[in-house]
Design a protein around this ligand. Structure first.
Ligand code: AMP
Length: 193
């Protein structure tokens, strides 16, 4: 069965980690607007240069840009989509609803990764340290200062989506503070079978 889900939660909640597992275990397609925007910035295009500045401040890029990026990917079908880091605003959520409907697809679940804010900063610092140790580039927005802005953006613009999807009957909460394997088990249990 093809299922389409959104992983929702603040930066550092583990959306990317859990999305990668669903890709490996279920063959789903991960659509991460953060990854797409990082690819755009390293491509050196005018759009890439503009989004780089916004990302480095920890702010959200425009709805128009990310909706356009998602629209381009939706013909990739596969065994269902995992929307990771999208939607992040109410207009993005409305746009996703329309795009799915136009493609004859449904949104099967919105998984909220519930985490403790205090723990998030620690996770971000660790992500930067792990990247350094592995010789991988450190994300420029993984500093405590920029992270604080990303968290503010989350509460201001993204957290309202919890009410939006709750009202639609789509929202399922999982404990994002549990060990990674247990989070994966809880997500699997929240998906329609
Ligand atoms: P992420 O990798 O999901 O943490 O995203 C990194 C950065 O990319 C965010 O802090 C935003 O600047 C930008 N970004 C990613 N997804 C979106 C989105 N759906 N809407 C607006 N900005 C986004």
């Amino acid at each position: 069965m093809t299922i389409n889900i959104i992983l929702l939660g603040p930066p550092g909640a583990g959306k990317g980690t859990q999305a990668s597992r669903l890709v490996a275990e279920k063959g789903m397609v991960q659509l991460s607007t953060g990854d797409m925007l990082r690819a755009a910035r390293s491509s050196g295009t005018e759009m890439g240069r503009r989004v780089a500045e916004v990302m480095d401040r920890g702010e959200l890029v425009t709805d128009e840009i990310v909706i356009g990026l998602i629209r381009e990917q939706l013909d990739k079908g596969g065994k269902g989509f995992i929307f990771d880091g999208f939607p992040r605003t109410l207009p993005q959520a409305d746009a996703l609803g329309r795009l799915l409907e136009e493609s004859g697809m449904a949104l099967d679940a919105v998984i909220e990764l519930q985490v403790d804010d205090e723990a998030l900063v620690g996770r971000i610092v660790k992500r930067a340290e792990d990247s350094l140790a592995a010789g991988q580039p450190v994300r420029r927005d993984d500093t405590p200062e920029v992270f604080a802005e990303r968290l503010r953006e989350y509460y201001k613009k993204t957290a309202p989506l919890l009410g939006y999807y709750y009202a639609k009957g789509n929202l399922k909460a999982v404990d994002g503070m549990a060990p990674m394997d247990q989070v994966a088990t809880q997500i699997a249990a929240a998906l329609p079978s």
